[in-house]
Ligand binder design. Structure first.
Ligand code: XUL
Ligand code: CO
Length: 438
C-alpha cells in the first residue's frame, strides 16, 4: 500500500523552543497533569469529513485541495484510499480517534440498499485497519442534511417517507458506530429548524424529532450501544431558525421529551459563538446540568457571522475551555477537530500544520487551566464572593430553610444593605494574563 504523506515524519514533542514545523511544542502525550496524562485528558479525534473529504469548495469557487488520494472520487477504491490515508495521518500525529458521517465513508448510491452494502464493506475494511493500532471511533452520525430529500429537515420533515429515510440512515449509522466500537452517537440537527412559520407546525416538528431520537435510543440499546447520544447545538446555518439553538435550549428539549438520561451535549466552539455565547459558557451550561459529553474543537472568526470551522489557535479560549472541562471531571467523549484548513492552505503539509496547531492549542490550554486551578486565585475569589451565604440568614437561604417574610423582616431591620462588594473583573483578567503569559 502506498504511503500518502511520504515527506512528513511522525510528529513528536520537541518543546516550546523548537522551531521544527513538524513537531509539537506543547502536546507531550505522556506528560502527567493533575494525575492524568495529556493524552488521557485530550482524546483528540479526526473529523473524516473535513480532513479526508473537503477539498476547499465554497459557493464562489472550486476545490483547491486534491483529496483523491490517487483514486477516482465516487468509487469504493477512493473510499478505501481515504481509510488508508486517514489511518496513516492519525498514526503520524498520534491521534487515537475519528468521527464520521455515513456519507463521508462511502459515496451515496441512488438505492439506499446499495449505500448500506457499501457501508458494510467499508466498515469491514476500517475494522481490519484498526487491528494492531490504538485508533478507535469516537462517534458516528448520519448526514441528514446534504441530500435534497432533507430540504425540510429529517426528524422534522413534513414527509413521512423522508422521516423513514432518516430513520434508516440513523439505524445504519448506529450499526456502524457499534461495529467500530464508537464511544458516542451524534445528532446535529442540520436542517431541523424552519425558514418561515407560514408553512411550519413547530410543535409537531419538535415532537417528531424527539420521536426519532427515542427510536434511536431504543434501537441503539437493543444492539448493545452503551455510549452516550449527543445533541450538538447550533443556532442557525443552514436553517434560519434551528431548534437546537444552544445548550440551554437543547437540554430543555431533552428534559421535556424524557431523553435526558441517554443524551449529553456535544459542544462546538464555533456554534457557541454563532449563538452569541462563548465556548466557555456553553461548556458551563452543559456541565452544571450534568450534560457535558464531548467537544467539537474549532473556532470561528469574530469578524464573520458564519461557521468558519477554523482550527483553534486562541489560547485564552482553550484555557477557559479546559478550565471548565477539568472542573467537570473531564469529557465522556473527546475533542473532535471539526475544523478545516483555510481554502488557500491546500497542501498535505497544511493538514499536518493544522492539527499540530489545534493539538498544541488545547495542550497549552490544559497546562494553563491546571495552573489556574493550582494557583487558586480565581477559585478563591469566587468562593469568597458568595461567603455571605455561609452563615446567618445567608446560610438559611442556601439551605432553603427561610421564607419571603423572614428575608423581608431581616431587610427591614437592616434598613439599608452594604454594597455587595467589587466584582474585581479587571484584577481577575490580570491574574489570567499573568498565568497565561508567564
Ligand atoms: C456542522 C457540524 C457538523 C456536525 C456533525 O456545523 O458541526 O459537522 O459536527 O454533523
Ligand atoms: Co460539529
Amino acid at each position: 500500500m502506498s504511503e500518502f504523506f511520504k515527506d512528513i515524519p511522525e510528529i513528536k514533542f520537541e518543546g516550546k523552543d523548537s522551531t521544527n514545523p513538524f513537531a509539537f511544542k506543547y502536546y507531550d502525550a505522556k506528560r502527567v497533569i493533575m494525575g492524568k496524562t495529556m493524552e488521557e485528558h485530550l482524546p483528540f479525534a479526526m473529523a473524516w469529513w473535513h480532513n479526508l473529504c473537503a477539498a476547499g469548495v465554497d459557493m464562489f469557487g472550486q476545490a483547491t485541495a486534491d483529496k483523491s488520494f490517487g483514486q477516482t472520487p465516487g468509487t469504493m477504491e477512493h473510499a478505501k484510499a481515504k481509510v488508508d490515508a486517514g489511518f496513516e495521518f492519525m498514526k503520524k500525529l498520534g491521534i487515537k480517534y475519528f468521527c464520521f458521517h455515513d456519507v463521508d465513508l462511502v459515496p451515496e448510491a441512488d438505492d439506499i440498499n446499495e449505500t448500506n452494502r457499501r457501508l458494510d464493506e467499508i466498515s469491514d475494511y476500517i475494522l481490519e485497519k484498526m487491528k494492531g493500532t490504538e485508533i478507535k471511533c469516537l462517534w458516528g452520525t448520519a448526514n441528514m442534511f446534504g441530500n435534497p430529500r432533507f430540504m425540510n429537515g429529517a426528524g422534522s420533515t413534513n414527509s413521512a417517507d423522508v422521516f423513514c429515510f432518516a430513520a434508516a440512515q440513523v439505524k445504519k449509522a448506529l450499526d456502524i458506530t457499534v461495529k467500530l466500537g464508537g464511544r458516542g452517537y451524534v445528532f446535529w440537527g442540520g436542517r431541523e429548524g424552519y425558514e418561515t412559520l407560514l408553512n411550519t407546525d413547530m410543535k409537531f416538528e419538535q415532537e417528531n424529532i424527539a420521536n426519532l431520537m427515542h427510536m434511536a435510543v431504543e434501537y441503539g440499546r437493543s444492539i448493545g450501544f452503551k455510549g452516550d447520544f449527543y445533541i450538538e447545538p447550533k443556532p442557525k446555518e443552514p436553517m434560519k431558525h434551528q431548534y437546537d439553538f444552544d445548550a440551554a435550549t437543547a437540554i430543555g428539549f431533552l428534559r421535556q421529551y424524557g431523553l435526558d438520561k441517554d443524551f449529553k451535549m456535544n459542544i462546538e466552539a464555533n456554534h457557541a459563538t454563532l449563538a452569541g455565547h462563548s465556548f466557555q459558557h456553553e461548556l458551563r451550561v452543559s456541565a452544571i446540568n450534568g450534560m457535558l459529553g464531548s467537544v467539537d474543537a474549532n473556532q470561528g472568526d469574530p469578524l464573520l457571522g458564519w461557521d468558519t470551522d477554523e482550527f483553534p489557535c486562541n489560547v485564552y479560549d482553550s484555557t477557559m475551555a479546559m478550565y471548565e472541562i477539568l472542573k467537570a471531571g473531564g469529557l465522556t467523549g473527546g475533542f473532535n477537530f471539526d475544523s478545516k484548513n483555510r481554502r488557500p492552505s491546500y497542501t498535505f503539509e497544511d493538514m499536518f500544520h493544522a492539527f499540530i496547531l489545534g493539538m498544541d492549542t488545547f495542550a497549552l490550554g490544559l497546562i494553563k487551566a491546571a495552573e489556574m486551578i493550582e494557583d487558586g486565585r480565581v477559585d478563591n475569589f469566587i468562593k469568597e464572593r458568595y461567603s455571605s451565604y455561609n452563615d446567618g440568614i445567608g446560610k438559611k437561604i442556601r439551605e432553603k430553610s427561610t421564607s419571603l417574610t423572614e428575608c423581608a423582616d431581616y431587610a427591614c431591620k437592616l434598613k439599608k444593605p452594604e454594597l455587595p462588594g467589587s466584582g474585581r473583573q479587571e484584577y481577575l483578567e490580570g491574574v489570567l494574563n499573568n498565568i497565561i503569559l508567564r
